[in-house]
Design a binder for this molecule. Structure first.
Ligand SMILES: [Fe+2]
Length: 255
């Protein structure tokens, strides 16, 4: 059963006074560090999502080049696997198919919630999956390069990726997890990788949190740790904004 988010930050305090900027930022950092994600709610009209997110790092363009992207259903995409349609997605981390590091943080905020059922963003702490594997098995995931492909939707828009990365990497003392239920290519006979995907999906389905949006609500998560996905929805006018935030410049992938 999906759970309600347990890392929620309101822009207003118990007396209905707006939180001072410094308090909001402090609480945000604490929650993000502790839980891997934050849902910001009761967001006032005056809130500047882009300015708030810039403090976390530089924005990283998506494969189609957008920096502050729009997530809206595209009419010709309902038949395939693609972020810009209304069908459900499967659990993944963002940017597993990028050549360098995946985005450090991801942010989505709501311009127009989906009316009717569905459209929630779902999240799960990847540590819950990795806990099921032994040290030796985790070492295998750090040492074995796997092939990752991009989605059918991006391929239809002319974006083709085919890269090799291990599932786990260590960057500046932090673990980076890549996961894609449908676009990690499991080599013939690699039962460990097959188990990672199957158990990953099962744990995701049992234990994810489902975030429902009100206008201007925002979720931010640590994409090196959390998996995300989305529930199907009907409303063709649902509209979210999306930003990817890069790892700090100067890391091992700096060109
Ligand atoms: Fe995604």
């Amino acid at each position: 059963m999906p759970k309600s988010p347990d890392s929620v930050l309101s822009c207003y305090d118990v007396n209905n006074d707006p939180l001072p900027d410094s308090v909001l930022r402090y609480a945000f950092r604490q929650l993000l560090g502790n839980n891997g994600y934050v849902q910001i709610v009761n967001v006032p009209d005056s809130f500047d999502h882009v300015a708030f997110l810039k403090e976390l790092g530089d924005f990283q363009p998506t494969p189609t080049g957008t920096v502050v992207g729009d997530l809206k259903p595209e009419a010709d995409m309902d038949d395939i696997y693609h972020a810009q349609n209304r069908r459900p997605l499967v659990p993944h981390t963002e940017g597993y198919e990028f050549r360098g590091l995946p985005p450090r943080y991801m942010a989505l905020w709501c311009v127009k919630p989906a009316s009717g059922l569905g459209g929630e963003t779902t999240l799960l702490d990847g540590d819950r999956i990795l806990r099921e594997f032994t040290e030796t098995e985790l070492r295998h995931f750090s040492e074995t390069p796997y092939a990752w492909t991009s989605t059918e939707g991006l391929a239809r828009r002319g974006v083709h990726h085919h890269v090799e990365h291990p599932v786990l990497e260590e960057v500046d003392g932090e673990r980076v997890l890549r996961f894609s239920y449908n676009n990690l290519v499991v080599p013939e006979g690699d039962e460990l990788a097959a188990r990672l995907l199957e158990r990953g999906k099962e744990i995701y389905d049992e234990s994810h949190v489902a975030v429902e949006y009100q206008e201007r609500d925002m979720i931010v998560w640590n994409n090196w740790r959390m998996l995300h996905s989305r529930n199907a929805f009907e409303d063709p006018t649902r509209h979210l904004k999306r930003v990817q935030i890069a790892a700090p410049i100067g890391g091992p992938y700096a060109a």
